[in-house]
Design a protein around this ligand. Sequence first.
Ligand SMILES: [Zn+2]
Length: 208
Amino acid sequence: MQKIPASDLYYPNNLSHIFLLSIEDVIGENGVKAILNSAGLSELIGNYPPYNTENEFDFSKFSMIIGTLDELYGKKGSKVLSMRAGNALFAEMLKVLGEPEDIHGPEFQSKPLAEKIHTGLSVARRTFSKTKTEPIPQMDDGSFYYSVKYCPVCWGRTTDSPDCFLVSGMLQAAVRWSTGGMEFPVTQKTAHSCGDATCDFIIPVKPG
Ligand SMILES: [Zn+2]
């Protein structure tokens, strides 16, 4: 994996720790060791970032880990693993930080499906990007348009298609959580690594 220069953009330590655990969930501890060695990040082996909210984990490290996953497992293998890791990322987040909203009470349960989807996406955005507070826009057909301005997954890399599957998997898990187990196929439309300004994802309001 080619070294990506430091970005000066940082991810919180606790979420970076959770990110590494989510990769471990899908390829095991030895798999992560191989990735970290190959990514030139061996200092992280047995030394994950501490569970605090300091912003200290450079985006370049995040992206090099995913880039190495691509190199070691191939595009197809990496897609499957990244989707699963994204799902694990959300699940680990719930386990470590607790449920950020009460989705089990009768008030939430009686909300329309689109509102439940919006809650899941808002929680994902609030937790993992901490940048915006306005509602997530909907397209003419009702689908949600989730845009990531600073994406740690593809930071500093070039890809020939939008491949930020870790984000797609995380969004899939967030919406599954907020809708009580429904599946929505998330598709990625644009990526910073393809020369676009943002990494954008479409989440339909009809389960697939
Ligand atoms: Zn991206």
